[in-house]
Design a protein. Structure first.
Length: 84
């Protein structure tokens, strides 16, 4: 599983990174890669107009706001279920 945090490195982006890393650890997803994407062309490739944003396995799942830890948990568990 690849989880990407898309953003310029602002405070909200750093917070989303920390929340995401914590959720991945708590769920025990050993093969998860949490990647910070800060270069503008890569962010724009997802069609993101506002950050922070979150992409899981190449799919944009959230953009333009800082989600709660519970929401990040839900997004990741849903993606896990989808990948089988």
């Amino acid at each position: 599983m690849k989880v990407e945090i898309l953003g310029s490195g602002c405070a909200s982006c750093r917070t989303l990174t920390a929340i995401t890393e914590q959720v991945v650890q708590e769920l025990g997803i050993a093969d998860a890669q949490v990647v910070k994407v800060e270069d503008f062309p890569s962010i724009m490739a997802y069609g993101v107009m506002a950050t922070p944003a979150l992409a899981i396995n190449g799919q944009l799942v959230l953009s333009g706001r800082l989600p709660s830890k519970a929401e990040v948990t839900s997004l990741i568990t849903t993606a896990l279920a989808a990948q089988g």
